[in-house]
Design a protein around this ligand. Structure first.
Ligand code: DNO
Length: 344
């Protein structure tokens, strides 16, 4: 597996110079953040990003994410234009030598939490999801805005998009996903790009919006519906693992050979539909981290892996979930597990 690290570009306080000092990290996971969802990523900009990373001796191994335009998720006639753009972006990425693309199919909102700085007993803080609190949040009120969300929507537009989903059942959303995949996977095959869909985080519907990348059955369905090795998943331990009903080992089996990227982090279940992120250490949370890593190893996964969110520790202030210190500790922990696995 290739130990990798997410970098948010030149505005990221966690610089490439710092990242390259984390033992064993060679891959950088990044994106071009200023391009609005749906627009084509110009080849020159991709090359520029790639070269910036290579200048410090690291390499860009995964794009996370190429966002999917809302019209595609809604299945509107205008999706054709956005799908054509998406294909163009995949071609440009491939031409620049990038062959793994992470994306998600979550309506309107990306990852969601109720608290971005929830205290942990050791004095650090982390991201938390409390079902009761989320129930009482109106996403239109502006009370809650999260770093992963597309904030380009004006309030009226946001309301309109949310309203448009009233017609979209889970079944319909899945159909729209399959439609999208049938269009883009042949291009991904031609261009040798591995598509890795990220699970919904958390893996259940929120704010009355449907979600479909939630667990084993749905993944098996979407992988079967477009049965190509290029149609794969991002196996995110923390997203799938937030639901105690999800058996991570079964999911790995169901997606065997089709896991193209791994996000590794731990969560602790704190009550019905609620959880808090912890350090990566297995005993800190509810996920059997070495077990999962062993299972990935045994099923032949050799692709990119990154420590996912970390806590804020040692007084660090930063992008929620994406500080330097705890993610670096996570990488070291995961590398320890991998070293042992490779010795077996
Ligand atoms: C959160 C991330 C997600 C992820 C996207 C992938 O920290 O795991 O925002 O990047 O959902 O498209």
């Amino acid at each position: 597996m290739e130990m990798s690290f997410r970098w948010y570009g030149s505005d990221d306080p966690v610089t490439l110079d710092k990242i390259r000092q984390i033992p064993g990290v060679t891959g950088i996971v990044s994106a071009i953040y200023e391009i609005p969802a749906g627009e084509v990523w110009p080849y020159e900009k991709i090359v520029q990003l790639k070269e910036t990373i290579e200048q410090v001796g690291l390499h860009l191994n995964v794009i996370e994410s190429v966002p999917v335009h809302e019209d595609i998720k809604l299945g509107l006639p205008s999706r054709e234009k956005w799908i054509a753009n998406y294909k163009e972006t995949l071609r440009n990425l491939s031409r620049a030598g990038i062959h793994t693309v992470c994306y998600n199919f979550m309506p309107v909102f990306d990852w969601t939490r109720s608290n971005l700085k929830a205290p942990l007993p050791d004095g650090s803080n982390s991201l938390k999801y409390d079902a009761e609190k989320i129930k009482h949040i109106d996403p239109l009120s502006g009370q809650l805005t999260l770093p992963g969300w597309d904030l380009s929507f004006q309030k009226e537009d946001l309301k309109q998009v949310i309203d448009s989903y009233q017609e979209v059942t889970e079944k319909k959303l899945m159909e729209n996903l399959i439609y999208f995949l049938k269009e883009i996977i042949p291009v991904a095959e031609e261009e040798e790009v591995l598509m890795a869909i990220h699970p919904d985080d958390p893996p259940w519907p929120i704010f009355g919006l449907p979600r479909v990348v939630t667990g084993k059955e749905n993944i098996a369905f979407m992988l079967g519906a477009v049965d190509s090795p290029n149609n794969g998943i991002t196996f995110c331990t923390g997203s799938y693992g937030a639901d105690p009903e999800n058996n991570l080992f079964d999911i790995i089996d169901a997606a065997k050979g089709r896991i193209h990227f791994v996000h590794a982090r731990n969560v602790k279940w704190t009550g019905e539909g609620s959880f808090q992120e912890t350090s990566h250490l297995t005993r800190a949370g509810s996920i059997d981290m070495p077990g999962v890593m062993k299972k990935l190893h045994d099923t032949g996964f050799t692709g990119p892996i990154r420590p996912d969110h970390g806590r804020m520790i040692w007084g660090e202030e930063g992008r929620p979930g994406y500080g330097l210190y705890d993610r670096a500790l996570g990488a070291a922990y995961l590398n320890g597990i991998l070293d042992l696995l490779h010795e077996e």
